[in-house]
Design a protein around this ligand. Sequence first.
Ligand code: ADP
Ligand code: MG
Ligand code: MG
Length: 249
Amino acid sequence: KLLLEVKDLTAVIAESGKEILKGVNLSVYEGEVHAVMGKNGSGKSTFAKVLVGHPDYEVTGGSVVFKGENLLEMEAEERSLAGLFMSFQSPIEIPGVSNIDFLNMAYNARRRKLNLPELGPIEFYAYIFPKLDLVNMKTDFLNRNVNEGFSGGERKRNEILQLAVLGADLSILDEIDSGLDVDALRDVAKAVNSLLTTQNSVLMITHYQRLIEFIKPAYIHIMEDGKIVKTGDISIAKILEKGGFKAIS
Ligand code: ADP
Ligand code: MG
Ligand code: MG
């Protein structure tokens, strides 16, 4: 079943009007893992942020249908409640809010949307506790403020914990490999792999090969100057590894 269909999507930076996305086309079906690769500055993060409704960008053309609905008409929060998740390249700190309270609130918002009863603190703790193992985190992590003083690796693990708690139909992971050593990368990849089902899909954005070796995408898209210029299977990554982005364009 088609989950996400992006057609001729164009978008500008709201402040300056500069066009960054110049006609992106992409279809993602349930259960698929896709990767978007491309040089720094090619528009990968902008694409991800436009999909989640980031206010820095304005859509000027094209369409995005998510689970049969017009995604572009939804507020950012509605998109997330509808089952779209994004991990940011630079996650924000939320001073004064503990990680577990934040996750509990976000989870309850999603449950309300699904017409399920909210979980109180004790029930929520029971729900989250087994998920900590998945990302190799200790319980004291839950009592720290959101992202405050987290190391790069801890932030990434926390994003995956958020994903594990909230669940999502489509997870957009923007450079979850950046700044991770190989052990942290393996943990994060293992957690992402364990969250994959036949129903949910992942769109991972990466500059590097190594993530692709751990989370094997069925499709790799190459973005160049605000467009997807080539789509292929994992063999594209091999060509990239040898010749760089030049070799495939
Ligand atoms: P990538 O993720 O592929 O490295 P980005 O989407 O971050 O690329 O950026 C694409 C281009 O758009 C870059 O030239 C970047 O400087 C510019 N850009 C993106 N967002 C903004 C913004 N909010 N303000 C100004 N320039 C931006
Ligand atoms: Mg970049
Ligand atoms: Mg980027």
